[in-house]
Design a protein around this ligand. Sequence first.
Ligand code: GKR
Ligand code: MG
Length: 409
Amino acid sequence: MALSWKGARSQVRITEMRVTPVAMADPPLRNSVGVHQPVALRVVVQLATDEGLTGLGEAYGGSARVASLEAARKCVEGKDPFQLFAIRREVPDPGTFSPIEVACLDLAGQAMGRPVCDLLGGRVRDEIPFSGYLFYKEERHPEYDGVDDWGKVLSPEAMVGEARRFIREYGFEVLKLKGGVLPPDEEVETLRQMRESLGPDVGLRIDPNGIWTVDTSIRVAEAIAPLGIEYYEDPTIGMDAMAEVRRAIDMPLATNMCVTSFAHLPHAVSKRPVDVILVDHHVWGGLRECVRLAQFCADFGISTSMHSNSHYGISLAAMVHLAAAMPELTYACDTHYPWVVEDIVQGEPFTFRDGKLPVPTAPGLGVALDEEKFASAAERYRRYGITDRDDAGEMRKRVPDWDPVVPRW
Ligand code: GKR
Ligand code: MG
């Protein structure tokens, strides 16, 4: 039998679903594949109801996601935002359903006068700890239209400078180094200098996005073990290779690459490739699925953290509500947010203090679009004409014979 609020709110109907591709200015951050383009792509979903409410969701960008969301519109319009199972049945793809689910939860929260975390089971913490996300980087893109006063960061010494600035400006107590960029020994040296300069209390992580061989992964693990590493994220690619590394080292291994769906979980338990899974509501099918994932992880002795990609404040609000409602969250969450030059949400709702963000108490997600900035992000998407992320192609503009071979080293 339908639960009581359906009777009370059965008139709520989604009257319109808007899908808007947007692009944010993104500095030339390096990773194992290449370098970030001058813009990072996102898609904003707006759901309007017959009661005059608007719910917001945000997804990874790219032409396939825009198309899948456009195709989902007919399954969403006319539906009740509280009936998430009914919508999911018609929109089964996790990455497509995620921004729709978040927008529905935003609507449901607004309709009920409760923050989204209350719809996920309720908050277990009032502040969410984040890790500062350090990237090696190139000089400013020539065509970049944001502020980039970080300069080139391609040495251990420069990375220590970046780390100190992250701590000074945001108070992060944990730092994650995006690795797989410099030769492994230089990245070990980067971590060594960071530990020496930052002292023993700052948490350190490294994530080379699966670019290293098993042998290199083990060798690096042995070299960084004395530095006290919180966890070692995706040094190599695939569950079998990760499990081999894990058997050889004594340091928690983490992933957002080899366990990315519920179908992977049986092997995540039997092969034990990792100790930590980074949840990501954009990938796993929304906030409620991530709560379910975290419960599963706790039941099977796996820790949890949270993954991030380049994102705006709609995603950040969703991540904060999720982290608030995940009793099993073990580690500070990732976020790319400090690299965002201009958000599309109103005001400045996210100010890191001591590396943490407070959980919003307003109904829904607690963010609203700044129409002017939103329009300018949509215009930037059209102006750059980039419809799919291509870090390797961007790198080839700087190094013409660049070949992102995996595994490297
Ligand atoms: O933005 O270059 C990047 C990151 O490498 C991103 O693509 C990853 O998804 O942050 C990510 C990670 O933790 O693997
Ligand atoms: Mg990762």
